[in-house]
Ligand binder design. Structure first.
Ligand SMILES: [Fe+2]
Length: 417
């Protein structure tokens, strides 16, 4: 009898440990109702946008309804309906459906209203606005690593970023959005903390080392959740869909690069370098911005990404990338004119490293830096005009820490501090 009781207790404990470890918990998953609604950047945000969302396993298909925004309540009467592409994710004992629609043929600089769902189970109606043409001014937010204490601490900076820059058209992340890429709890915390801002403002994420992990099949790569919840342009290096891609938004070509796979696999390194050179060479936009995780110039003691610097910086120099946005080192630093170059050339490129979450470090000062800060959570607002880029760094309370302007004159960049 005692042996049976012990076995019973052991079995219950085993189930509980498995439950906790596997991430079966899905705090916001309500039967049949959509959640985790995200707009992802498309190849042309003036005419298209990707929308993705999640349901539990009871809802294997789902739809999106969209109309031009108007002030009347009967939106559904003028809405068109789109059937989503639906994928089942079976991971760590949980089955969820992930739905997506690529909306195309939209009008530029126009506000639309949409909802997702099926039958009686719908999201709320949500507004979003398409971007303008190449002459229009672009405003976007850039976050360094989120990673830890996402719900309790990072949420403050997410809310403040929208209070400070309410007309942001795009939100960039330089990777390490979570600490363990295959942990559902952390993604749910991030969805909670971002407070629905990604339902109205498209996301452009780069992936960090912490956003990777072992897949269901035991292969190291991007999180199982990443390409289910973000539907990013399918124009990247082979095998790195969703983590290497580019998008032209108004007057900027953004190029997103996967430094974790660059560091991990020789093949991913070679393929990405070749892809990157083609994408940079083909650029027709006046501004060129790169977004990736591991920095070309580290800001932290005992860290250095030598292979990345040796292989990627020559391309950044050759194709005159204007701005490189990075993360990973949990500090803030930026620099341009003192960046090391061959000969007596001066760097065209401004490099930035930043952190948005509360896991922060002390900067190791280096000659290339124009400004730096230790132990400071930051978000950044960037405004890109035809011949001017204004970059502002804000603390979690909205106070301005640092700002600079890049003036572009006949293709030559001058920085004003
Ligand atoms: Fe990292």
């Amino acid at each position: 009898m005692m042996i049976l009781l012990k076995k019973h207790i052991f079995f219950i404990a085993l189930v509980w440990v498995t439950f906790c470890y596997s991430g079966l918990y899905a705090a916001s998953l309500d039967s049949g109702y959509p959640d985790q609604i995200v707009l992802s950047v498309s190849e042309d945000l003036s005419t298209s946008v990707s929308v993705s969302w999640r349901t539990d396993e009871s809802m294997s298909s789902s739809t999106l309804q969209i109309a031009r925004e108007h002030s009347r309540f009967n939106i559904a009467d003028s809405a068109t309906t789109h059937l989503a592409k639906s994928e089942l994710l079976e991971f760590k004992g949980l089955r969820t459906w992930h739905h997506a629609v690529l909306l195309e043929g939209l009008d530029a600089q126009t506000t639309y209203v949409y909802r997702v769902g099926q039958g009686e189970k719908w999201s709320e109606w949500i507004n979003f606005t398409t971007t303008g043409g190449s002459e229009a001014t672009l405003k976007f937010v850039y976050f360094g690593d989120v990673q830890s204490n996402i719900k309790s601490m990072w949420s403050r900076i997410a809310k403040q970023s929208i209070r400070t820059i309410p007309d942001a058209q795009l939100i960039l992340y330089a990777g390490d959005i979570v600490n363990r890429g295959n942990n559902l709890h952390e993604w749910e915390d991030w969805f909670y903390a971002s407070g629905g801002m990604h339902q109205s403002i498209p996301i452009m994420p780069a992936s960090g080392n912490h956003d990777h992990g072992d897949s269901h099949a035991g292969v190291y790569g991007i999180s199982e959740y990443w390409n289910k919840q973000f539907k990013l342009p399918n124009n990247g290096a082979a095998g790195l869909e969703g983590t290497s891609y580019y998008a032209d938004v108004q007057n900027v070509r953004f190029v997103v690069f996967n430094t974790e796979m660059f560091n991990t696999y020789e093949k991913n390194r070679e393929d990405q370098v070749q892809w990157l050179e083609e994408v940079l060479a083909q650029n027709k936009q006046p501004w060129l911005i790169m977004l990736f995780h591991h920095p070309i110039f580290s800001t932290k003691k005992n860290r250095d990404n030598i292979e990345l610097r040796n292989l990627i910086k020559p391309l950044i120099d050759k194709y005159k990338v204007d701005l490189v946005l990075q993360g990973h080192d949990h500090t803030y630093a930026r620099g341009k004119d003192k960046v090391p170059m061959t000969g007596d050339e001066q760097s065209h490129t401004t490099y930035v490293v930043s952190v948005s979450g509360p896991k922060m470090s002390e900067v190791q000062e280096a000659d290339w830096m124009d400004r730096s800060a230790s132990f400071t959570q930051l978000f950044h607002g960037v405004e890109v005009q035809h011949d001017k880029l204004i970059f502002s760094s804000y603390k979690v309370n909205g106070d301005l820490l640092d700002t600079f302007t890049i003036l572009k004159t006949r293709g030559v960049n001058t920085i004003i501090h």
